[in-house]
Write a protein that binds this ligand. Sequence first.
Ligand code: ATP
Length: 241
Amino acid sequence: MSHDADILLQVSGLKVAYGGIQAVKGVDFEVKRGELVCLIGSNGAGKTSTLKAVTGTLPCLGQLHYLGKPLRGQGPWDLVRQGLAMVPEGRGVFTRMSIAENLLMGAYTRDDSDGIAADLERMYTLFPRLKERHTQLAGTLSGGEQQMLAMGRALMSRPQLLLLDEPSMGLSPIMVDKIFEVVREVSSQGMTVLLVEQNASRALGIADRGYVMESGLITLSGPAQQLLHDPAVRAAYLGES
Ligand code: ATP
């Protein structure tokens, strides 16, 4: 099979089940280099299960290709080494480590100390709040700050593809604004991003393309602006009738 070099991630016929519950029922999607793609849908639609299957933390059926090669059967560090970084739902920062230590953990697979130092400064420019508090323990940060730290830590691995699971979940409106601003900024600097979000209007507002997931299936897809103005999407996800 020939491979389109611009496709970073290709997912075909993906299925995930929890015992007898079929959470993901055969989904196809792709993320091209440089794109900001969002996967939207309501609570329980199967978005998180899809991401977990992509990163190998859940068993699945179907085909996953990253840069044209099968993704199955690899551990998380292998994925990071290949340029795939995930920011999980609930952030997963190391609460008893400082902000700076958390960021440096993200560079665990790298050995270019000059590049790591430069990237640490880049993270502090992107997230000034983290710079102000760099010696503080991560556990003392607010939810929004922990989200920033988790994103910063993922970016420290210099990923080719950044996977974000519900980054705005549980945050105050001001923090939600900040997080979407940062995702857009990171994307505009050239990062390829797959953004999983319940907040459909905000995600579509910054994305290039979107996929709508419902009960384990992708029911709609297209350019983000087109989905944002689609009456079915507006009725189901943007609270309009
Ligand atoms: P959310 O926004 O709440 O994370 P989601 O779209 O990401 O929703 P998933 O978390 O992937 O959806 O869940 C999809 C379906 O799988 C739901 O019906 C959910 O109840 C079920 N499910 C998720 N995790 C488990 C689990 N560990 N055991 C059993 N069922 C699960």
